[in-house]
Ligand binder design. Structure first.
Ligand code: NAD
Length: 326
């Protein structure tokens, strides 16, 4: 079977137009939506995200501001900053850039964001709403992944859905989103690092979500070991967690993972370099895209699948929060 490729870029572009229209209506009514990102300390990875968030917000008419706070900020000081944003009527949504320095308790800070401004849906109120099937923002990546599934499958009742990964930000909320209906939910199995026979589960999945980031974790581990020991870097086996033969014929595969790993190795087993002498990196998911495409009926690519949809969900949540603030 040649799988249909689920084009996340195209769906995201359509959704973005809708978000743009809604943002324009709010602006016309004098209620321009505004997303405030809170960044504690310096973090090069976060800088990439915040630049991208600023660009995306601008492209749909959402105001964006970045609040840079010192990395020695205390829990109480940060809570006070969040409290001020909660009370600021011009701020529609607040996003907390991760990771936070060690002295801060991320969950309690996330939960201190007013539920109506928690655009990432990571606070306990919104998580609770998700559990009970109520209104509120749900974690953007989980919603993005489920929305892409719904494009290719409108009847999930009783189907076998397998989710690989059980994090709070992706795997668990996907399970909750799929279990909202009393009579028309699929049967959901959640696999994780302690799952004994992963292939047993994936092979019987009508729908397979994968969000583990295994190759990236292995690559990071290898680099950290080489750095700590001073020995040569040994590139580990970075083959995808889910090979083609782990996918059921006709399955729908939603690959959420983003692994940034070496493009390849030379004859000495060392990572290939680019023109600038740096390690040449590629972005892949957790699924062997070519192999899985032979069995699957539909599949998301990486990049170009869940990633672009996630960003638009953040914009959509910001506009939804701005509307509710009126
Ligand atoms: P996480 O590290 O918090 O969780 C990883 C999960 O994978 C855990 O539940 C763990 O038990 C499971 N896992 C690890 N090794 C496994 C194995 N060998 N077999 C089965 N399960 C295993 O990661 P996360 O934040 O949930 O992110 C998961 C992936 O999704 C990452 O690749 C991340 O980059 C990606 N992600 C993508 C987006 C997006 O916008 N597309 C957003 C968030 C995360």
């Amino acid at each position: 079977m040649a799988a249909t490729i689920i084009d996340g870029e195209a769906v995201a572009a359509q959704l973005k137009e809708q978000v743009s229209r809604e943002a324009a209506e709010l602006t016309e009514a004098g209620k321009t939506p505004r997303l405030t990102a809170v960044q504690v300390g310096e973090n090069p990875a976060s800088k990439i995200y915040t630049n991208m968030q600023a660009k995306q917000c601008e492209s749909v008419g959402i105001e964006y501001d970045l609040k840079n706070l010192p990395d020695d900020i205390t829990q109480d000081q940060l809570l006070a900053e969040i409290g001020a944003l909660n009370n600021d009527p011009a701020v529609s949504g607040v996003i907390l850039q991760m990771p936070l320095p060690e002295q801060l308790d991320a969950r309690s800070i996330q939960t201190a964001i007013a539920p109506g401004k928690d655009v990432e849906g990571m606070g306990t109120t919104n998580m609770g709403q998700l559990f009970y099937g109520g209104e509120g923002c749900a974690p953007c990546t989980a919603v993005a992944a489920v929305e892409l599934l719904k494009l290719t499958c409108d009847d999930l009742a009783g189907k076998e859905v397998v989710i690989v990964g059980h994090s709070e930000i992706v795997g668990k909320p996907i399970a909750m989103l799929l279990l909202q209906s009393l009579r028309e939910s699929p049967t959901v199995t959640v696999c994780h690092i302690a799952t004994r026979d992963l292939a047993f589960h994936t092979k019987r999945a009508d729908v397979l979500f994968v969000a583990a980031g295994v190759s990236q974790a292995k690559w990071r581990g290898a680099r950290a070991r080489a750095k700590a020991s001073g020995e040569d870097l040994v590139v580990p086996d970075l083959s995808p967690l889910i090979s083609g033969d782990m996918v059921k014929e006709g399955a729908i595969v939603i690959d959420v993972a983003i692994n940034r790993i070496p493009k390849g190795v030379d004859e000495d087993g060392q990572p290939l370099k680019n023109d600038k002498g740096r390690i040449a990196i590629k972005t892949v998911g957790d699924v062997d895209f070519e192999g899985a495409s032979e069995a699957a009926s539909a599949i998301t690519p990486v990049p170009g699948g869940v990633g672009p949809m996630t960003v638009v969900m953040l914009l959509k949540n910001t506009v939804t929060c701005a509307k509710a603030l009126q």
